[in-house]
Design a protein around this ligand. Structure first.
Ligand code: GLN
Length: 256
């Protein structure tokens, strides 16, 4: 028995990594919660124990937080979460400075900038992690989105009326090669500051972009344990490779 288990992770001693799924009720369109599933699955396959905390407005903040994932939402969803997001802003900004990885999509990405002025003229304040502003426009930017980035070619699906403009030193996540991205003008897509990534890519984005997923996963483990070690045994490694091959094929299809 002991010999059979020699290359198998003991599930009782998997190191825990705590994931916050932020606003899964009101900010989760086009399947963005799939990003949480991908991070949890990849952590598991690297030998870690993912612990997912679903945090909606008013919910307690967990004791440990190693990574934060938040999805897109309609303007109405953004209004529902804005007060709670403002209340959590100092903590989120501090975590961003400390290198906690975060992934925010579309509607939540917009609120990680300075503000979103909707087409109705309402101004929803943002938490200013990105020096960026978002302006509602009449034309919606809809369709497949492809961008080149430090994480390879990223593919996703965009659908937004808000157009985001980056200021100052704010670094884009990628350069658009197909679709629109942040806005209809400058061919930038998304933003990155420290380990915080904002993007317009739904899809959800992480199943098709495993390099981006691994960046977030590895930063989460580093945040918790100081460095990332791949604890996968051969069967887990084989499953990771299959997932990556599926992603590679799906990404190629999305680019044609
Ligand atoms: N409400 C925002 C917009 O349309 C975000 C939409 C989204 O998250 N897809 O710009």
């Amino acid at each position: 028995e002991a010999e059979n288990r020699i290359n198998v992770i003991d599930d009782r001693v998997r190191p825990a990594v705590d994931i916050v799924s932020l606003y899964p009720r009101d900010m989760n369109i086009y399947g963005d919660t799939g990003n949480v599933l991908v991070v949890a699955k990849r952590l598991w396959l690297y030998g870690y124990q993912p612990v997912v905390h679903y945090v909606n407005q008013g919910d307690a903040w967990p004791e440990h937080v190693d990574i934060i994932l938040g999805g897109g939402g309609q303007d109405s969803g953004q209004k529902k979460i804005q007060d709670d997001l403002m209340a959590r802003a100092p903590q989120l900004r501090q975590m961003a400075d400390e290198g906690v990885p975060m992934l925010v999509i579309c509607g939540l990405y917009q609120l990680f900038g300075n503000f979103f002025r909707t087409i109705d003229g309402d101004e929803i304040p943002g938490i200013g992690i990105f020096d960026a502003e978002t302006l509602g426009k009449t034309a919606r930017l809809i369709g497949n989105l492809v961008a080149s980035s430090d994480y390879g070619t990223l593919v996703g699906y965009e659908n937004h009326s808000g157009q985001t403009f980056l200021h100052g030193q704010t670094k884009a996540l990628g350069r658009v090669t197909s679709g629109e991205g942040n806005n209809a003008e400058d061919e930038t897509e998304g933003a990155q500051k420290n380990n915080v990534i904002g993007t317009y890519m739904h899809g959800s984005v992480l199943p098709k972009n495993p390099k981006l997923a691994d960046f977030l996963v590895m930063k989460a483990v580093e945040h918790r344990y100081g460095s990332f070690t791949n604890l996968a045994d051969s069967s887990m490694q084989a499953e990771l490779e299959k997932l990556d091959e599926c992603a590679r094929q799906a990404s190629q299809v999305a680019q044609h």
